[in-house]
Every structure is written in structure tokens, then in C-alpha cells.
Design a protein around this ligand. Structure first.
Ligand SMILES: NC(=O)c1ccc[n+]([C@@H]2O[C@H](COP(=O)([O-])OP(=O)(O)OC[C@H]3O[C@@H](n4cnc5c(N)ncnc54)[C@H](O)[C@@H]3O)[C@@H](O)[C@H]2O)c1
Length: 256
């Protein structure tokens, strides 16, 4: 098993892609700390892992709060003794709404609150988790991080905040890869296409149809298909990869 004796933190591990990644890593031998702000769902995922014979703990923290992130890493070290893997997956959307139509098209208005919320969770939260996780990894002189961008980083109507945060993840990945290489820590990221999770469950049916119509593979991703790529990136199989972003989007962005 690829992750025997490895300890992993998955942020946003209570739902969707995070949950699938927890189950994948635990299924291949990792002891997994499930971070989330939704502790009820996180506990449910931990119970799933433990029922299947694996090892898991709930690691509460709002990823935007430095002190909570530091306490999370401390709790994981206390419980499992080391830290080998970080999958920084926690993320949110707060899309702009249409305020009026002009003869030239729609005007989208984004509030400061929407901008700050998304940049804080998606970009600052990822950065804080990487910084905190790097401390024990640097001491061990080993570690793997997989961050979460999105095909939305290429630009999406109403998602200036989300696109900026996810494009920022690519810059963060490349910079941390440079800074952490001397400590044998690999840093890469996954950019999923539209994936069937609670995040996309509220998209109106006609919009989902339009989304799928332009995907060459003609469907949304299952969360497990994204989890598989996170697992690859934090495994020894990706030992010579660092600073890279893998688009996992069914071909959606081909030809763009
Ligand atoms: N679903 C998609 O189509 C899609 C596409 C591209 C990228 N992504 C990215 O994949 C990641 C996972 O998305 P998902 O679709 O599984 O979403 P999801 O909403 O199912 O899960 C996200 C989890 O993050 C947690 N979370 C939110 N804010 C947090 C915070 N401050 N601290 C800790 N946990 C927090 C939520 O409680 C939730 O459990 C996100 O980064 C998202 O941007 C998703």
C-alpha cells in the first residue's frame, strides 16, 4: 500500500473531493486527519475510515485562522507522531450576482465581502496550512503537498474572486516548490474541472447541461477521479514532480 506508515492532513475533508481523498489515502494505509469547519460531517468521514479498519482523527480548524491551523498541526503530531502529507483542499465559492442587464450584456457586481471570503479561504487558508505543515516536514526532511486550483482559474463569468484565488494557488505552488525543495518537500496542485460535489449541487440543471455539453468526455468528474490525482501527487510515484499543476477536467479546457 502506497501510504503505509504515512500521516496525512486533508483540509475540507468532510465533503466532496476532500472526503474522497481522505477515503483514498486511508484505503491505501495512511493515518488521516480530517480538517473541516463542519465537524459533524468530518466525524462521519472519520467513522467511515475507522469502520473500514483505518486510522483517522477529526482535526478542527478554520483554515483562515493562523492560530487554529497551528493548533491543528500540533494535534495531529500529538496523535500520530509525524506529518508526511498535506492535501490543501478546503475551498468555497461566493459568485457575483447580476444586478441589471444592459444592451451589451449582463453587469456582474461583486461585493467586498464575497471577494474577501473567497480569497481568505481558498488562497490565504491554503498558504497558512502549507506554512504550518512545512514545519514538521522540514524537520523530517521529507513531505508532499497537493494544493487545489480549478479550471475556473482560466476565467469564469461571475467568479473574479474564485478565478483570482485559484490562479493564485498556481503561483503559490510554484513558489513553495522552490522554497521547500531543499527540505525534500514536493509541492504540486490539481486543477479539477466541474465535479459532482455539494459545491456544484446547487447549479441549475440547464447550466449543468451547458457545462457538460462543452466537456469532451461529456460528463462531470466524480470526486474519486480528483482524489486519485491528489493521491498520485502525494505518493512516491510523483517523486520527481514539483511545482506543477495538473488539469483534471475531462478535456474541458482543450482548444481554449
Ligand atoms: N466541485 C467542483 O466542481 C470543483 C471544481 C474545481 C475545483 N474545486 C475545488 O475543490 C475543492 C473541494 O471542493 P468540493 O467541490 O469538494 O467542495 P465541498 O463544498 O463539497 O467541500 C469543501 C469543504 O471545505 C470545507 N471548508 C470551507 N471553508 C473552510 C474553512 N475555512 N476551513 C476548513 N474547511 C472549510 C467545507 O466545510 C467543506 O466540507 C475546493 O477547493 C474547490 O474550490 C471544486
Amino acid at each position: 500500500m502506497r501510504f503505509n506508515d504515512k500521516v496525512a492532513i486533508v483540509t475540507g475533508g468532510a465533503s466532496g473531493i476532500g472526503r474522497a481523498t481522505v477515503l483514498k489515502l486511508a484505503g491505501e494505509g495512511a493515518k488521516v486527519a480530517i480538517n473541516d469547519v463542519n465537524l459533524e460531517w468530518a466525524k462521519r468521514v472519520a467513522d467511515e475510515v475507522i469502520t473500514a479498519g483505518g486510522a483517522a482523527m477529526v482535526a478542527p480548524a478554520n483554515v483562515t485562522v493562523r492560530s487554529e491551523v497551528a493548533a491543528m498541526v500540533e494535534a495531529v503530531l500529538k496523535q500520530f507522531g509525524r506529518l508526511d502529507v498535506l492535501v490543501a483542499n478546503a475551498g468555497i465559492t461566493r459568485d457575483a450576482f447580476t444586478v441589471r442587464k444592459t444592451k451589451d450584456g449582463q453587469i456582474k457586481m461583486m461585493t467586498d465581502e464575497q471577494w474577501d471570503a473567497v480569497l481568505n479561504v481558498n488562497l490565504k487558508g491554503t498558504w497558512l496550512c502549507c506554512q504550518a505543515a512545512a514545519v514538521p516536514m522540514m524537520e523530517q526532511n521529507s513531505g508532499k503537498m497537493s494544493l487545489t486550483a480549478s479550471f475556473g482559474m482560466l476565467g469564469n463569468m461571475g467568479q473574479a474572486n474564485y478565478a483570482a484565488s485559484k490562479a493564485g494557488i498556481v503561483g503559490l505552488t510554484r513558489t513553495l516548490a522552490l522554497e521547500f525543495a531543499r527540505y525534500k518537500i514536493n509541492v504540486n496542485c490539481v486543477a479539477p474541472g466541474a465535479t459532482k460535489t455539494p459545491m456544484t449541487a446547487t447549479i441549475p440543471e440547464d447550466l449543468v447541461k451547458r457545462l457538460i455539453d462543452k466537456v469532451p468526455l461529456h460528463r462531470m468528474a466524480e470526486p474519486e477521479e480528483i482524489a486519485n490525482v491528489h493521491a498520485f501527487l502525494v505518493s512516491e510515484e510523483a517523486s520527481y514532480m514539483t511545482g506543477q499543476c495538473l488539469l483534471v477536467d475531462g478535456g474541458d479546457t482543450l482548444g481554449v
